[in-house]
Ligand binder design. Structure first.
Ligand SMILES: Cc1cc2nc3c(=O)[nH]c(=O)nc-3n(C[C@H](O)[C@H](O)[C@H](O)COP(=O)(O)OP(=O)(O)OC[C@H]3O[C@@H](n4cnc5c(N)ncnc54)[C@H](O)[C@@H]3O)c2cc1C
Length: 464
């Protein structure tokens, strides 16, 4: 990119708003799993929507490609530039408004998810989107990946939590749809195009998000199970008993619990005897009688031989202890060598069959492989991660990433599932998705892309 053009971009954002220093850029050019390494001539950090619009207008005029980046916690390489301009939204981190009576918060794209949650709490509300990367991920990135997390069962994913958006379009115009409306049937719901678009259709600069009342009671339990079939039976019991109070229903395999208690400090198995599977359950409500509901539901499940045992957190510290077992499951796998990640979704009813078939298939392809299948069973999203066989070469195992994940994806697809439940396509699954979506669906996606971004400057080489 020629120097005079780079200088024009620098002028837009001023001295505080750009860097080309290699050391400062370095953490923006690698990602959490170290699968993708990027390059860029310049990172721009605009401080306002007007600056974003000026940058994109110049990009459009000069056909300069760009990559938006938030907290750089994305897991499919969507935020990593390959020579394009990098546009970091991190300086756009203001809460613009909080309307407790409308239960909405208006936040700029660079707000860290945990800061939005904290701002909501101050107003005695919650913003329920919650995921392990919430201390670094930004709301712009959450919306662009349509992030899910642990409370989707009750509150839906990022898409369901968004009422309005402000977006800078690929031609530099500002599309202001910052409406806090729950009903608005006035044509196409355009904001939905940008949610989950992974920065390929425009740059999200702000959003109106829905808040919910602060729960007055939270109860957390862990149940020991014989099989995934029992997990589904327990899920039905919990739904019937707790209704909308059921916020989280996470599946945990024995091997995952072993990894966590082996490697993560201050964790322990809450049960005296091992079980093959576990479910972590959270109930939240405005009523105080949750404990009674939870105990009755677990007693009911025990009477029907659905669960082998259960523990209920008796204090906040115990609740955090149980949650930590689930939250640290990805981290614990790092200490067991190479780990191949498959973020799939299947209809909830298909989880047991999927787990059986996928474990058998990867076991045949790679004897000794250790599937660690855990996650958001309540909404059909399983992180079917594969830890390397003990005593083998990490690097050699990781060369099998594509082959082994393809096996898993084929089985998910056979059950009517998705090869990316919540992480997106990015660079990682851009080509693979062609096998799973129909030609008509891909054609429509390409048409949407080319009509909004005819010059292909918005995050090229990602998603579509
Ligand atoms: C430990 C860990 C746990 C995770 N757990 C979950 C989980 O439970 N559920 C889940 O859904 N995800 C999870 N993720 C991945 C998740 O996608 C990201 O954490 C998050 O949603 C991305 O936000 P970010 O700000 O880091 O975006 P980035 O990584 O910076 O970007 C992600 C994508 O969004 C685009 N983008 C970023 N900001 C904008 C913007 N303002 N406008 C347009 N495009 C933009 C980028 O170009 C890129 O394509 C996890 C990640 C980690 C590291």
């Amino acid at each position: 990119m020629d120097q005079s053009l780079l200088d024009r971009f620098k002028t837009i954002v001023g001295p505080k708003g750009w860097t080309d220093d290699a050391a400062t850029l370095a953490p923006h050019l690698t990602e959490w799993r170290d699968r993708y390494r990027g390059t860029t001539p310049l990172m721009l950090s605009p401080a306002s929507t007007a600056e974003v619009a000026a940058i994109v207008t110049l990009c459009a005029e000069t056909r300069t490609p760009l990559v938006p980046q938030g907290g750089n916690t994305g897991l499919v390489g969507g935020q990593i530039p390959q020579g394009e301009l990098l546009v970091s939204l991190r300086r756009m981190n203001k809460i613009r408004a909080l309307d407790p009576l409308n239960d909405t918060i208006t936040a700029e794209a660079g707000c860290i998810l945990a800061d939005i949650q904290a701002a909501a709490r101050v107003a005695d509300r919650i913003f329920p989107l919650s995921l392990a990367a919430e201390g670094s991920a930004t709301i712009g990135g959450n919306l662009s990946t349509n992030a899910g997390g642990t409370a989707v069962l009750r509150y839906g994913n990022a898409r369901a939590l968004t009422l309005g958006l402000e977006v800078v379009l690929p031609d530099g115009r500002i599309l202001d749809m910052l409406r806090g409306l729950r009903k608005d049937n006035t044509g196409y719901d355009l904001k939905q195009l940008f949610i989950g678009a992974e920065g390929t259709l425009g740059i999200i600069t702000a959003a109106v998000l829905t808040l919910f009342p602060q729960p007055r009671a939270t109860e957390t339990a862990m149940a020991a199970l014989q099989s995934p079939e029992q997990a589904l039976a327990l899920l039905q019991t919990m739904r019937a008993s707790a209704g909308a109070a059921l916020v989280t229903f996470e599946l945990i395999p024995r091997i995952g619990l072993d990894f966590v208690t082996r490697h993560i400090p201050n964790t322990r198995d809450p049960f005296a005897a091992p079980s093959p599977w576990y479910a972590l359950i959270t109930l939240e409500s405005g009523h105080k009688d949750l404990r009674v509901i939870l105990e009755a539901a677990l007693a009911d499940a025990a009477a029907q031989d659905v669960i082998r045992d259960a523990v209920i957190a008796g204090s906040e510290a115990q609740r955090r202890g149980l949650e930590r077992l689930r939250e640290t499951m990805s981290e614990a796998q790092k200490y067991e060598g190479g780990s191949i990640k498959c973020d799939i979704a299947v209809p909830v009813s298909a989880i047991p069959a999927f787990l059986d078939e996928a474990a058998a298939a990867v076991g045949r392809a790679c004897p000794g492989i250790r599937p660690v299948a855990f996650g958001h069973a309540g909404d059909g999203n399983i992180h079917f991660n594969l830890s390397q066989p003990p005593g083998t070469e990490r690097a050699a195992f990781l060369t099998r990433w594509d082959a082994l994940s393809t096996l898993v994806h084929e089985i998910a697809a056979r059950h009517g599932g998705s090869i990316s439940a919540e992480h997106g396509l990015g660079q990682m699954k851009k080509d693979e998705i062609l096998h799973y979506k129909s030609e008509i669906e891909m054609d429509l996606m390409r048409r949407v892309k080319s009509s909004l971004d005819p010059n292909g400057i918005m995050n090229p080489g990602k998603l579509v």
